[in-house]
Design a binder for this molecule. Structure first.
Ligand code: ATP
Ligand code: MG
Length: 391
């Protein structure tokens, strides 16, 4: 066990790292962040910020020499860095687990081969891969780059094989997966933690709504039948075990119109859809990440009350013509504001989030959407959030 007072290392300086650092510090740990940026969200709150690339030998050596454990806040951290650190200190998650999640081809293949249902897909490495009859069966579809995609970036919706070919070239001719476009009844996610001793704990199932490929609203508990929620939690546990995963992992699911549950993707770290746990659960996903890394027993994941989380994107600044009027969030006694300290607001950039706690998901959603409307009226809501639960 790594006791409070020790130093924990973190690869990556984004908001997930910031919230990890804050959780670790409140438990008495010191946090060292390795990140190339000058004033990253995590770097500015960490006890120490090592400014450098993730493959910088000197920086990695320093991290390994001064930290008892190390973790990561984003999946694109080079697996070599984690492998190096693992020779000197405790590392969670392992390089091998991160490698599966950072490459869509490896991820889909792993899921499919291990019996987890996924959307029908085909690996595309050259234009010739579109010639097969299997490709024609996958349109209308969505083409996704295998590496470094996030928040809907590196993706293109395609209506025909012809469009898919053009999209593949426009995406840079990189390895991709072509996935069938599916009618979704809901999107869910489950954050699961697995300790070095093999103990597992899942957080309550989250119901997620996106706008333009970016997570917008998370509702917890998910408004789906109990059996479906239990199936999602069960799948998340099975996946963590199958990967022999040690750390915090998020599994994103699609619920189809016929109520089949498919795994969309996995993230080897806490997830945006798990931010609600900070305000609404006995243990947050970030405290859980600390607990796994430090070899502490997993914390209780019980939900205190229904909760809705809304992302605050750069659009709020553009709409306000400067710093938004935070009194619209702070004036609600049941709303919790979280800002990530990013200096520059850009469209689509995640700048913060807020949660609203209430006695029902309906009440929390109504208040959360009222706040959102004042912060950032949507030009045209792509898809309104359904008010009724899924039956
Ligand atoms: P993030 O990193 O934010 O999770 P991402 O860029 O990795 O996103 P995906 O999760 O693959 O991208 O897709 C983003 C969203 O696009 C999904 O949450 C879903 O709303 C929609 N989507 C993706 N694939 C499909 C599909 N095959 N059928 C229908 N909708 C899809
Ligand atoms: Mg996703």
């Amino acid at each position: 066990m790594i006791p409070p007072g020790a130093s924990l290392g973190l690869l990556g300086g984004g908001q997930l790292g910031r919230m990890f650092a804050m959780a670790a510090q409140s438990m008495g740990y010191r946090v060292t962040v390795l990140d190339p940026g000058p004033d990253s969200p995590a770097g500015t709150v960490a006890d120490r910020h090592l400014k450098g690339e993730y493959l910088d030998d000197d920086r990695l050596r320093e991290l390994a020499a001064t930290c008892a454990g190390a973790t990561t806040e984003f999946e694109n951290v080079p697996a070599e860095s984690l492998r190096y650190l693992a020779r000197h200190c405790v590392v969670s998650p392992a390089a091998e687990s991160v490698a599966v999640a950072q490459d869509r081809i490896a991820e889909k293949t792993f899921l499919h081969d291990n019996g987890f249902p996924v959307a029908p897909f085909r690996v595309v490495r050259s234009l010739a891969d579109f010639d097969a009859p299997e490709a024609a069966a996958l349109v209308p579809g969505i083409l996704k780059v295998s590496r470094f995609g996030y928040d809907g970036k590196g993706q293109a919706r395609v209506r025909s094989v012809e469009e898919a070919r053009a999209a593949w070239t426009a995406l840079g001719g990189e390895p991709c997966v072509l996935e069938q476009w599916l009618p979704l009844a809901r999107e869910l996610s489950v954050v699961v933690a697995r300790g070095f001793d093999g103990t597992v704990a899942t957080f309550p199932v989250a119901e997620n709504h996106h706008q333009h490929g970016i997570l917008d609203v998370t509702i917890v508990p998910a408004r789906v039948p109990d059996a479906l929620a239990a199936q999602a939690r069960g799948n998340a546990v099975a996946l963590a075990e199958r990967l022999d995963y040690r750390g915090v992992l998020c599994v994103e699911f699609f619920v189809l119109d016929d109520r089949r549950l498919l795994v969309n993707e996995i993230a080897p770290r806490p997830h945006n859809s798990g931010h609600y746990t900070i305000d609404a659960c006995v243990t947050s996903q970030f405290e859980q990440q600390v607990r796994v890394l430090a070899g502490l027993p997993l914390g209780d994941t019980a939900l205190h009350c229904p909760v809705v989380m809304v992302n605050i994107l750069g659009e709020a600044w553009l709409h306000a013509g400067g710093e938004p009027d935070w009194s619209v969030v702070l004036g609600n006694p049941c709303a919790k504001l979280h800002l990530y300290g990013k200096r520059e607001a850009r469209a689509g950039r995640k700048m913060g989030h807020y949660t609203v706690l209430a006695s029902s998901t309906g009440e929390a959603l109504a208040q959360a959407l009222h706040i959102r409307e004042q912060l950032r009226p949507l030009a045209q809501p792509a898809q309104p959030i359904p008010s009724a639960p899924l039956d």
